[in-house]
Design a protein around this ligand. Sequence first.
Ligand code: GLP
Length: 241
Amino acid sequence: MRIIKAKNYDELSKIGANIIASQVTLVPDSVLGLATGSSVRKLYDELVLKYEGGELDFSQIMSINLDEYVGLDGTHSQSYRYYMNEALFDRVNIDKENTHLPDGKAKDVEVECENYESIIDFVDSIDLQLLGLGGNGHIGFNEPADSFPMATHSVDLTEETIEANSRFFDNIDDVPKKAITMGIKGIMQAKTVLLCVSGSHKAEALKKVLTGPVTPEVPGSILQLHKNLIVVADEEALSQL
Ligand code: GLP
């Protein structure tokens, strides 16, 4: 495990973007596992700046996102497809055909989970998986549970997650109660995992993830077992370590 301490969110975003940029430059046909959320939002802006400066070429990149809300389609401003289009896909030369997110409007959610898992199986392993961290230690939408869910699955979001994500919706009742998420297997099979964590509100979760017991009650704690984990966190997020 490598921990890189950033001064603040801005520096974290630059460091995270540099790591992804290295991957894209060294392996132009990389499979990137991508994440949503505020922790990684500015990182995407930094990547776009590099692209605009002629430093990066996304034309051969394939992406597989972690998760999507059940019930929202890609035109909904809070869907993760919308987020990705707005943050990255519409701003660089990635082929949209090569970008994958679960379909939140799939008729049969279980079939959609199986289909999504077969995309992950097809690539064998993601080259670099970007992750944020939930306040309850979740990664993707793998919520605290009795066991680690291995494959892509549908999940009932916890009250804590619904509350945390309600800041993006007009009303807490508008927050979807379910999501589809990549499981722990897809994340752990990635060759490199890049975990970005910002802010004092994540400090306790980050401490548990990095130094606590490996337990499905803190899903991110499984990352202690990953052979190539890079944590980029700011001073506030690292304040309890
Ligand atoms: C969300 C997403 C996660 C994200 C996490 C943290 O619910 N499903 O993929 O990493 O919660 O989000 P944020 O960075 O906005 O705090």
